[in-house]
Design a binder for this molecule. Sequence first.
Ligand code: UGA
Length: 429
Amino acid sequence: MRVSVVGAGYVGTSSAAVLAACGHDVTCVEQNDTRLQRWRRGDDPLGEPGLAELLVRSKVNFVPDPRSIALADVVIVAVGTPPDDRGRPDITQVDAAAVEIAEYARDDTLVLVRSTVPVGTCDRLQNGPLRRLRVVSNPEFLREGRALHDAFFPDRIVAGGPPEAQGVFEELYRRIIEGRDLPGGARGERVPVLWMSARSAELAKYAANGFLATKLSFVNEIANLAFTVGADASSVLGSMAFDPRIGPQYLHPGLGWGGSCFPKDTRALEAIADGAGYDFVVLRAAIEQNTRQLTRFAAAIELAVPSRGRVGMLGLAFKAGTADVRASPAIALARRLSSRGLTVTAFDPAVSAIADEPDVQVRPTVVDACDGADAVAIATEWPEFATIDLRALRRVTRGDLLFDGRCLISPSSAVAAGFRYRSLVGFGD
Ligand code: UGA
């Protein structure tokens, strides 16, 4: 099938690469020339493992001109929906893409909306500018750092739209649904296709991210409470992992969830509920808890470190396995510490510089970041920080405080190396 993808961002390029690798003829339409040229050079701005190589290998075309949409059997909308100042998704780019698609696409073309959009967007497009076409909401559930794996082997495919679109839709994803004829002879399980209304599919995306974020906020509360009542957080959370109704994933406490999805999508979900006159009390609490989690960690550092002191920060990315610093708790922490007069020098294995971020000085190694620091703060859950040589680290730091914002280090090994160990939990607000 011929597929046009509008928007060469993260979702667009991951979808393009995977569909092209499944044998489709894929073209990405991208109007931002800098971004277009980067992808043409095989240069991935987010450093997603394997993505740039797969785009080249599977011969995805990058073009600036939307007229190529006229050749497509399927058009994928994968443009950005950044939050406005009240946290609501700004869907200007989706509407602009719809105008182009309406102008060029053939009758009955399948239009998949993969951008995360408010409930009712697909219905509005279907009954408005795209009425000649078949509009299907098809949210993505990819994790950064694992996008290709998640796209080739999804847990489920969620889609919603007119029932007559389902046949073409399933043909598009046939190899992935069947888990066979995948590149390199890889095989997967058969993937359930969950076909529903467009509104349900749109809400399903927010519901998944909102639930995972809420789970993490609850986990962080349990970790805090465990400390306060003299229990061990990892034993408590570890025991929950064995209950299949809870599951072992998203149980690791930290200084809060971040990234380009959870913060944006939880606020968007709250705005969707508000707009419908529904008070989503649990979600509001989860968002509030996430802010407090970071604030109490920052406050504990500020209280212990001498004024105008320096913090050696380990980690800048919003999570391990990515170079993405958007809505990173580590950056929020650096900003907050800097606003209180502390200096932050940081190391991250994937981030060598951050543009326009005066609150943090990026250093090339752990030792460079921590040399002479009054305290060390672990802010991203990179596995290499868990096995760091703590004695060597202590030899270069001036102070002996180690703040572990991701519960990576065992307290006893930190103490044995000469640190006073503080995890994220147990400090009053
Ligand atoms: C998230 C979802 O997991 C994807 O399913 C979804 O497709 C994506 O958003 C999106 O909407 O595009 P991602 O933003 O890549 O994916 O991040 P996650 O791996 O889910 O992590 C989110 C945050 O939770 C990170 O800050 C991470 O450090 C934190 N986290 C995660 C924890 O603190 N503890 C955990 O146990 C797991």
